[in-house]
Design a binder for this molecule. Structure first.
Ligand SMILES: C[S@@+](CC[C@H](N)C(=O)[O-])C[C@H]1O[C@@H](n2cnc3c(N)ncnc32)[C@H](O)[C@@H]1O
Length: 477
């Protein structure tokens, strides 16, 4: 049949009984029009299948006013812009004038996905995708006033997102640096702006203050590790007799008004962030990095506070805690949902990655390593075996602390390649991390209700897919 004849083919019935339409009619309708009611407009840049699937779930679970308040994938409901749209629009994260065009276009492209709120403070490796996190909290049926747990919270993406949505959150991590980071990032949402602007004015003095306190390769136990309390980090770094070597001690004080806990912690996070950049890139001095990072941090806080001042609804409370996901210090059935991303076996060495920052905080990295899921064991084979044993305990704990009938969602990469190497088997012959966790969850009493698959792009990554596993805690019969 000629092409012209095909275009003119009448609307009708395909052999299987399915209704067909003309090419012009088919081309006139988008997937979004097919899936969503006309008054819901999607955010720009929504271009992956799993995102459309999550958006579809949101549109079916949330009322129109809930989409406006905490939907992740919609720009407007009728004439009303959503809070997500308002948080993300405008200039994305401020990047320094000298930044590369690659970095700039990354922030532009990901404007509605990653950089909004205080998520852009400290780019923690292995961090959750914030927009997806928001969608998953919605899809798990969490409502303002309820409580979500992230038992391996890393930089606290779940805590920040829950806070913005009015959901209370508890976060646990074995690394004191993560507890510190999650606390600063979630508190920054309501931090007073005047002292932050003053710190920008006095950025050299602030830089000198933290530089004069850098410990040499401390290595001994800090009070933070001993008591599990983040405020001890501050107490410790306040102490002139603490980690720093006396001969490196130059007395430089913080400008007046900046000594108070949360502001000082915010500045310290910017300092540690810039130390990481300065170590990786020899092109700019640590001080230059610090100034531009602090400027970006303050810009993010100003932006989110501007948006929140025009938005109704309370913020959720956040409780970041030092602890072990294998043995949670929590009561049975005390949370309304669990959302987390465990280490993908030993794909990332979080202790080596954060060594610079951990040492600054006086944390014993060897002791920390012995508690980190995925890093325990002498050989790669031992690490895989221990990872599986430990994740079995983590899932048992998740099942214990979750209220019956509620959902537990895990985001994890396959990691067949590394596991195959560790076990000396071809990747297709080993059980990927996602398959292992699917089975382990069910062994621990959780029922798998849905798996979403997400493609991982980027040449540097050895994993190609990530799974979002949604489990439900089955009520006792
Ligand atoms: C994939 S990261 C989580 C990233 C996080 N979703 C975010 O958005 O930043 C996994 C986290 O598990 C933590 N972890 C490892 N072993 C742990 C344990 N025994 N208990 C609690 N957390 C642990 C690591 O410190 C790391 O921060």
């Amino acid at each position: 049949m000629s092409a012209i004849a095909q275009v003119k083919a009448p609307v009708g019935q395909a052999p299987g009984g399915r209704e067909t339409t003309s090419p012009v009619q088919a081309l006139g309708e988008t997937v979004a029009q097919r899936l969503f009611p006309g008054h819901l407009e999607l955010v720009p840049g929504l271009n992956e299948v799993y995102e459309l699937e999550l958006a579809l779930c949101e549109s079916r679970i949330l009322t129109d006013s809930e989409i406006v308040r905490h939907g992740a994938y919609f720009a407007s409901v009728g004439e009303t812009p959503t809070n997500h749209y308002l948080m993300c629009r405008g200039e994305p994260l401020r990047v320094a004038d000298h930044s590369s065009s690659r970095l700039r276009s990354f922030f532009q492209e990901n404007q509605f996905k990653t950089g909004y709120g205080t998520h852009g403070l400290f780019p923690y490796r292995g961090k959750f995708h914030p927009q997806m996190t928001k969608a998953l909290l919605n899809i798990m049926g969490l409502k303002p006033g309820e409580t979500v747990l992230d038992p391996m919270m890393g930089s606290g993406t779940v805590l920040i997102e829950a806070r913005l949505m009015g959901i209370h959150s508890t976060g646990v991590d074995a690394s004191p640096f993560c507890v510190f980071m999650a606390k600063v990032k979630s508190e920054a949402i309501t931090l007073s702006l005047a002292p932050l602007r003053a710190a920008l004015e006095a950025s050299e003095q602030v830089f000198q203050f933290f530089s004069s306190r850098s410990p040499d390769d401390g290595g001994s136990k800090s009070p933070a590790t001993a008591t599990g309390n983040v405020s001890d980090l501050r107490k410790w770094s306040d102490e002139p007799g603490g980690r720093p070597r006396k001969e490196h001690w130059t007395v430089v004080d913080l400008p007046d008004g900046l000594e108070a806990g949360p502001v000082r912690d915010f500045l310290l996070l910017a300092y540690l962030d810039s130390a990481g950049y300065a170590e990786r890139s020899q092109r700019k001095s640590h001080l230059v990095q610090f100034k531009s990072i602090l400027e970006r941090y303050v810009f993010s806080v100003e932006k989110i506070q501007r948006v929140l001042s025009g938005v109704e609804g309370d913020l959720g409370t956040t409780t970041p805690t030092l602890g072990d996901a294998r043995k949670l210090r929590m009561h049975d059935e005390c949370v309304d949902g669990i959302l987390f991303s465990p280490p993908y076996s030993f794909a990332l060495d979080y202790v080596s990655n954060d060594a610079l920052h951990l040492r600054y905080l006086g944390i014993d990295v060897d002791e920390l390593r012995s508690n980190m899921v995925g890093l325990i064991g002498q050989t790669p084979r031992e690490r895989v075996e221990n990872y599986r044993r430990d994740m079995e305990s983590v899932l048992g704990e998740c099942n214990r602390v979750l209220r019956a009938g509620r959902l537990c969602t895990i985001v994890v990469g396959t990691n067949n390649n590394q596991i195959g190497k560790a076990l000396d088997l071809p990747p297709e012959k080993v059980q990927g991390t996602d398959e292992f966790l699917t089975e382990a969850g069910q062994r621990q009493g959780l029922k798998l209700v849905r798996t979403f698959t997400r493609q991982i792009t980027g040449m540097a990554n050895t994993m190609r897919t990530e799974s979002i596993l949604v489990f439900q805690k089955i009520p006792d019969a």
